[in-house]
Design a binder for this molecule. Structure first.
Ligand SMILES: Nc1ncnc2c1ncn2[C@@H]1O[C@H](COP(=O)(O)OP(=O)(O)OP(=O)(O)O)[C@@H](O)[C@H]1O
Length: 224
């Protein structure tokens, strides 16, 4: 994928992340112990840690799905407790697969997302075409979601996230369901996005993926 291949060149200065002593507690259960993490715009971070360490919880805080119980959290210039329009445009995330409509094809979905976010017809078409190509979905673009394998559905889900603008991209275990060849494709996508200047936060259990794309590693709670 070439620089700018997803059709939305970022402004790296607004893609920084600043979390200070961020913790999440629910009904007396600690989901995320107080965690401090700072990333400059354009850095690629792998979030590592054992099952239950709090990776998904941390990602949900960063994308505004969970309000932190303590600490401060700023992502792409916004307080995550008050995610406004700018935040939503700057921060894209895939934590689990996005919703899919059973009667729309792969290409319909990608076109729909691109049309929602981009106003110019040529830009929409370019973004959609580039995403389909980068994710390897071209051969499958006329299929319906239920006609995809689980790994193909995983890449399709990623494609739906890439078909919108963002400066910060947050992905939770995007390597799930992918064979080694497709993990390499995923690595290529992440490397291209990093080279474009996007800020990447990727929770992963894959050493190969971490090695391929990450500038830095945040390991959660290694002692617990
Ligand atoms: N809704 C919830 N209510 C109570 N506890 C929760 C809830 N969601 C997660 N937890 C707990 O919070 C902790 C962190 O979970 P989280 O999903 O963030 O871990 P993770 O590092 O992403 O794990 P994995 O590698 O298995 O995906 C775990 O102990 C989990 O059981």
């Amino acid at each position: 994928m070439n620089a700018g291949a997803t059709g939305f060149r970022t402004k790296p200065s607004v893609g920084s992340i600043d979390l200070r002593e961020v913790g999440v507690t629910s009904a007396g259960v600690e989901l995320l112990p107080p965690t401090t993490f700072v990333s400059a715009a354009g850095k690629a971070t792998a979030v590592r840690g054992r099952n239950g360490a709090g990776k998904s919880t941390l990602l949900k805080v960063m994308c505004g799905q969970y309000a932190p119980s303590s600490g401060s959290a700023f992502v792409a210039g916004s307080d995550v407790r008050h995610p406004g329009r700018d935040f939503r445009r700057r921060v894209a995330s895939m934590i689990g697969l996005p919703p899919m409509a059973p009667d729309l094809t792969v290409r319909d979905h990608v076109d729909l997302v691109a049309a929602t976010w981009f106003s110019g017809m040529s830009q929409r078409a370019a973004v959609a075409a580039q995403v389909v190509e980068a994710t390897g979905l071209a051969e499958l673009e006329h299929r319906f979601p239920h006609e995809l394998s689980s790994g193909q559905r995983q890449l399709f889900g990623l494609g739906l996230i890439l078909a919108r603008p963002y400066e910060v991209l947050i992905l939770d275990e995007p390597e799930q369901r992918l064979d080694s060849e497709h993990v390499k494709r995923l690595s290529g996508i992440l490397i291209a996005l990093r080279n474009e200047g996007r800020t990447l936060i990727v929770a992963t259990h894959s050493d190969a993926l971490t090695e391929a794309f990450a500038d830095q590693v945040l390991t959660l709670d290694p002692q617990r």
